[in-house]
Write a protein that binds this ligand. Structure first.
Ligand code: GLU
Length: 422
C-alpha cells in the first residue's frame, strides 16, 4: 500500500484515520484502500458577485465528489466563513459511507461557499447562489451529483440553484437538487426527516437497552433543523428533554422543558431562534455538555466533543445528529468512560434518505403523502439501526466501527464489480 494520506485539516484527517483503521480491521485490499482514500473530483471555483453597494466580491466555492461507485454523488452545500476544499472532502467522504450504510443508490459529495450569509442581503445571496450553480453545473446532474441543503442553506437556496441549472439546460431539472420547498418540487416530510431520523435512532437504542423513554432525560445541543425536530420527537415519545441550546444560550429545566413552546418560538422567529424563550422552571446555564442527563444529542457543528470537553459529558448514551460532533480523541475518552455512541452517518442519515425519496418522486413526477414518507423513513432507519447494532454486538466492536465496516464493504463491492475507471 502506498503512504497513508494525512491532512492538516482536522476534519479530513479524522475522516482518513477513521477510514484507514476500519479498512485495516476489515483487511480491505490495498488497491481498494488506495481508491477509497482519494476523492474522484475536487473542484474549486470563483464566484464574482455584485454586492448591493455596487462593489464586486469574488467568493470561493467548492464541490468535492468522493465516490460515485454506487451511484450519483450526493451531499449538501454549506455556507460558512470556514468552508474550504479539505473540509468539503472530509464531509464528502462521510456522505459516501452514509449513503452506502443507508442502502440508497448514491455515492458521496459535498460542497460549499466560504461566506458569511448572515451579513448578506437576500439579493446578494441569490446572485451568489446563481453564480455558484452556473460554475458547478458541468459536474452536477440528476445522474451525476445531486446537491442538497447543509449548514446555512435551505429550500430557497435550492430553488435558486435548480432554477439556474434549469435555465442553462432549457428545461425543468427538478431532480438535480433535493431539499426543495414543498411548493416547488420538494416533498412533504423532508424538513423534519433528519431530526426525526436521529430521534428514531435514540428510541431504537432505548428499546434494545430495555429502557422506557419516560425514564430518560435528554439534552439536545443545537436547535436548528436537526435538533429541534429530534427534541420534539423525543418529547412526544415521553422522554424528559431537560436541556436545549443554540447560539443564544443553554436552556435547562431539571423537570423537563416545554419543547413544543420552544419549537414554535424558534419557527416563528427563524433568525433569532429561541432568543426570548422562557418556560416554567427553566434557567440559563453555561454549558450543555456538563448537563446532568442520560441521552445527549449533539446536533450543531463538528468537533464539539473533543479531548478537552469529552470528560465533562454526564450522559450514558450519545446520538450524533450533527456531522462529526465527536473527534477521535473525544471518542477515545467516551469509550473509556463506557459511553455508547450512535455514529453520525447512521443517526443523521434521515436527511439524505429523505432526499432520496424526493429525488425518486421528482423523477416520477408523482408525490407521496407525508404519512407515506414518514412511514418509509422510519422503516429504513429502524432497519439500519438494527443492522449496525447487531453487527457491533456480534463482532464485539463499537457502533461507529461497525457502521464504518458495513458501509465501506458495500462501496468496495461496487468498485470491485465495476473496476477502477468509474
Ligand atoms: N446535508 C445533509 C447531510 O449531511 C443532507 C445531504 C443530502 O440530502 O444530500 O446528510
Amino acid at each position: 500500500m502506498s503512504a497513508k494520506r494525512t491532512s492538516k485539516n482536522v476534519l479530513l484527517d479524522t475522516a482518513l484515520k477513521n477510514f484507514y483503521s476500519a479498512a485495516e480491521e476489515m483487511r480491505l485490499d490495498d488497491s481498494l484502500v488506495e481508491v477509497l482514500s482519494h476523492s474522484e473530483k475536487r473542484l474549486e471555483v470563483s464566484i464574482p458577485v455584485e454586492m448591493d453597494d455596487g462593489t464586486v466580491k469574488a467568493f470561493r466555492g467548492y464541490r468535492v465528489q468522493h465516490s460515485s461507485a454506487i451511484g450519483p454523488s450526493k451531499g449538501g452545500i454549506r455556507f460558512h466563513p470556514d468552508v474550504d476544499v479539505d473540509e468539503c472532502e472530509a464531509l464528502a467522504m462521510l456522505m459516501t459511507w452514509k449513503c452506502s450504510l443507508a442502502g440508497i443508490p448514491y455515492g458521496g459529495g459535498k460542497g460549499g461557499i466560504s461566506c458569511d450569509p448572515q451579513s448578506m442581503s437576500t439579493k446578494e445571496r441569490e446572485r451568489m447562489c446563481r453564480g455558484f450553480a452556473a460554475r458547478i453545473s458541468p459536474i452536477i446532474g440528476t445522474w451525476r451529483d445531486v446537491p442538497a441543503p447543509d449548514v446555512n442553506t435551505g429550500g430557497q437556496e435550492m430553488v435558486w440553484f435548480m432554477d439556474t441549472v434549469s435555465k442553462l439546460h432549457g428545461q425543468v431539472e427538478p431532480a438535480v437538487f433535493t431539499g426543495k420547498p414543498i411548493s416547488y418540487w420538494g416533498s412533504q416530510g423532508r424538513t423534519a426527516a433528519t431530526g426525526y431520523g436521529a430521534a428514531t435512532c435514540g428510541l431504537e437504542l432505548l428499546k434494545v437497552l430495555g429502557k422506557d423513554p419516560k425514564d430518560v432525560r435528554v439534552a439536545v445541543e443545537g436547535f436548528g433543523n436537526v435538533g429541534s425536530y429530534a427534541a420534539l420527537k423525543m418529547a412526544e415519545a415521553g422522554a424528559k428533554v431537560v436541556a436545549i441550546s443554540n447560539r443564544s444560550g443553554v436552556y435547562y429545566a431539571p423537570n423537563g422543558l416545554d419543547i413544543k413552546k420552544a419549537f414554535d418560538e424558534a419557527e416563528a422567529n427563524p433568525r433569532e431562534r429561541l432568543k426570548g424563550f422562557t418556560c416554567e422552571g427553566c434557567k440559563k446555564v453555561d454549558d450543555i455538555l456538563s448537563v446532568d442527563c442520560d441521552l445527549f444529542f449533539p446536533c450543531a457543528l463538528e468537533g464539539v466533543v473533543n479531548d478537552k470537553t469529552a470528560d465533562r459529558i454526564k450522559a450514558k448514551w450519545i446520538v450524533e445528529g450533527a456531522n462529526g460532533p465527536v473527534t477521535p480523541e473525544g471518542d477515545a475518552i467516551l469509550n473509556k468512560k463506557g459511553i455508547l455512541v450512535v455514529p453520525d452517518f447512521l443517526a443523521n442519515s434521515g436527511g439524505v434518505i429523505g432526499s432520496y425519496f424526493e429525488w425518486a418522486q421528482d423523477l416520477g413526477g408523482y408525490f407521496w403523502t407525508e404519512e407515506e414518507y414518514n412511514n418509509r423513513l422510519m422503516h429504513i432507519m429502524k432497519g439500519n439501526f438494527k443492522l449496525v447494532w447487531e453487527y457491533a454486538q456480534s463482532k464485539k466492536i463499537n457502533m461507529r466501527r461497525a457502521a464504518f465496516m458495513a458501509a465501506i464493504q458495500r462501496v468496495a463491492d461496487a468498485v470491485k464489480l465495476r473496476g477502477l475507471f468509474l
